[in-house]
Design a protein around this ligand. Structure first.
Ligand code: NAI
Length: 591
């Protein structure tokens, strides 16, 4: 049976799992804790090893694997990423909702990857953790899907900063399995032999728990609540009773890379480990497993969006052509490179893209950069922009067209391939950048105003197409100090208009907390309000089916122009329905 393609994106859950301090302690014992870490094993002032999260969603992952239609004889846990939003309380009920986000095809004899995403909340309502699990399904490859290439984690070229040694008990799987993973492979010698092993093997997730303890003891001793992210790939089976080493490299503030090796053979059993730690601010909006593309991010507003998103965990594509303010010049890689360097120096992840948004091929390449570097696209901020201001008579076609190419067509060129990738994942956040010049008018900017209002129309249609795939589309009209505004603001106003005062709403609209779609927001100086196209109450002039005359319009122009009591329509159909309702007079007859 091939993988079930219809399962992609369908909600799985809510799955509930009640737990008490005894489950917490049982897990801790299962991953090797004991008297030397009594805080994990004694209900008095109990602390929770964060990797406990994975034991608590084991049933959810099994259910998702079954929904995928994966051949259960060949499934292995491939990769696991856990992002912690709040510390796990010592008891309660965990509620998990998720879905299969995608399948990747490694080839007929090489297997397939089933990507499973979930979010788990405590019954008190607090969001606790996000899981991204990759199930490697050895027998399901060759279905004709795309492959996924994840770049290997680049371990520093030096000896590990810390090595933590441990020896799981020969009986370790017998304890660990009581936390939920009761697969035969870890207990039944005959089954293990049939699977090609000398004896039952360790659960990869049990070794993962050993590694999590080692990371906490080395980097945040006694403070497991500071673990923010734990990610890794399971690379080799391990027999119980064999000594292991968890090797740890500190790479930046709050970040480390790690792997666990079989100390007897030197083979890596868990690879590509990443670990992040810091105080967890309550309910912080995070982007940890998200990939964002920001066009025109080499300077001004885009640079601030990119830095802020990366600071909150997003992996970012910093696109910038590096041209002049009017778009002239062949472009330079340095603005994008500079922002990437800033993000990396602060411990974030980013790659540069120097393509122009002004061509369809450029748009495709920008999105391909995100997919190649990070495997997905969740957020697109269409921000690249140029100016060529002239009054209409002096506005030659090339100046008209150049501005439309970057702002309006540019958004189309990048949004189309990004939307495709988002649709495949059933999730996306798209931001358009309009301008008060378009919304309200500005002398000498017919090209710019037309392009910027074009983006509003683009959003209005795309919000409807995106709704069925979990994709929201919103528009921001910023006001900020940048090279585009340096000659239109006084120095005092320029100083007060830092792009940082615009970024909060762009980050909100880029987040999974945003449920709005199709809205326009003005943002500047820390002030935010909504702008909308509204429709006045109007006046019916076709009484008794008579076709009104231009003179009727003249006589009623005030009432027709009235905006008091106006409405905002979510789409064209709502407007048409309203029109037929308020004009229930039957079809007009010609006079
Ligand atoms: P900026 O000039 O600092 O940033 C725009 C960036 O876009 C530049 O780094 C530029 O190299 C890049 N870019 C230009 N053409 C490109 C292309 N074809 N492909 C890739 N990148 C390209 O200006 P600012 O102010 O940060 O503007 C950002 C956006 O905000 C623009 O869309 C602008 O129209 C809009 N906006 C800004 C306002 C403000 O008050 N700063 C007001 C209203 C709208």
């Amino acid at each position: 049976m091939p993988l079930n393609m219809n399962a992609i994106g369908s909600p799985i859950g809510p799955m509930k799992r009640k737990y008490t301090w005894k489950d917490v302690v049982l897990y801790a014992l299962g991953v090797g804790a004991g008297f030397s870490e009594l805080e994990y094993c004694y209900e008095k002032s109990l602390k929770i090893i964060p990797s406990f999260a994975i034991a608590m969603i084991f049933d959810f992952l099994s259910q998702a694997t079954v929904s995928a239609g994966a051949n259960l004889a060949g499934v292995l846990h491939g990769e696991q990423e856990l992002i912690f939003h709040n510390p796990i309380p010592p008891d309660g009920t965990l509620i998990t909702n998720g879905r299969i986000s995608n399948y990747y095809d490694k080839g007929k004899d090489k297997g397939a990857l089933v990507m499973i995403e979930s979010e788990t909340r405590h019954d008190s309502g607090i969001k606790l953790f996000t899981s991204v699990a990759t199930v490697f399904s050895r027998l399901d490859g060759g279905f004709g899907g795309e492959d996924r290439k994840t770049p290997p984690v680049a371990f520093p070229d030096r000896a590990p900063d810390v090595v933590v040694e441990a020896t799981p008990s020969p009986d370790q799987p017998l304890i660990y399995r009581l936390s939920g993973d009761i697969l035969h492979l870890h207990v039944d010698p005959e089954f293990a032999a049939l699977s090609g092993f000398d004896k039952p093997i360790m659960h990869g997730l049990c070794t993962h728990g050993f590694a999590c303890r080692a990371l906490i003891a080395s980097l945040v001793p006694g403070r497991p609540e500071q673990v923010r992210r734990l990610a890794c790939r399971f690379s080799k089976a391990l027999y119980p009773g064999i000594p292991i080493q968890t090797q740890i490299w500190k790479t930046a503030t709050g970040k480390a890379l790690w792997r666990t090796i079989d100390a007897a053979t030197g083979q890596v059993v868990i690879d590509n480990g990443e670990f992040e730690y810091a105080d967890i601010p309550k309910d912080e909006i995070r982007f940890d497993n998200r990939v964002a593309i920001i066009t025109g991010a080499g300077s001004g507003l885009g640079r601030v969006y990119a830095r802020e998103l990366a600071r909150r965990g997003a992996r970012v594509v910093v696109n910038d052509l590096g041209g002049a303010r009017d778009g002239a010049g062949s472009g330079s890689s340095s603005p994008a490179d500079q922002v990437v360097a800033e993000i990396r120096a602060a411990g974030g992840q980013a790659v540069a893209s120097y393509e122009s948004v002004a061509t369809a091929a450029g748009g495709e390449k920008i999105v391909a950069t995100a997919l190649e570097a990070f495997g997905r696209v969740d957020i697109l901020i269409n921000n690249a922009g140029i100016l060529r201001d002239k009054s209409l008579i002096k506005m030659e076609p090339e100046n008209w067209q150049a501005v439309l190419n970057v702002h309006l067509s540019g958004a189309y060129h990048v949004t189309r391939p990004a939307f495709r990738a988002m649709r495949d994942n059933g999730y996306g956040r798209i931001i358009m950048t309009t301008s008060a010049a378009g919304l309200y008018g500005n002398f000498g900017q017919t090209n710019y105003a037309a392009a910027k209002m074009g983006l509003v129309g683009f959003m209005n249609a795309l919000k409807l197409e995106g709704a069925r795939y979990g994709i929201t589309v919103n528009t921001v009209a910023p006001l900020a100090a940048s090279r585009l505004t340096e000659d239109v603001m006084t120095p005092e106003r320029f100083e007060r208009s830092k792009p940082e005062f615009v970024a909060p709403i762009v980050l909100y609209l880029s987040s999974d907390r945003c449920t709005e779609s199709g809205n326009i927001y003005n943002a500047g100086l820390g002030f935010f309000n909504r702008a909308a196209i509204v429709t006045g109450p109007g006046k019916m002039l076709a009484a008794n089916g008579r076709v009104p005359t231009p003179e009727d319009i003249l006589a009623n122009i005030e009432a027709i122009s009235e905006l008091d009591g106006s409405r905002h329509y979510p789409d064209i159909n709502a407007l048409i329905e309203d029109l037929f309702m308020v004009t229930q007079e039957g079809p007009p007859t010609a006079t």
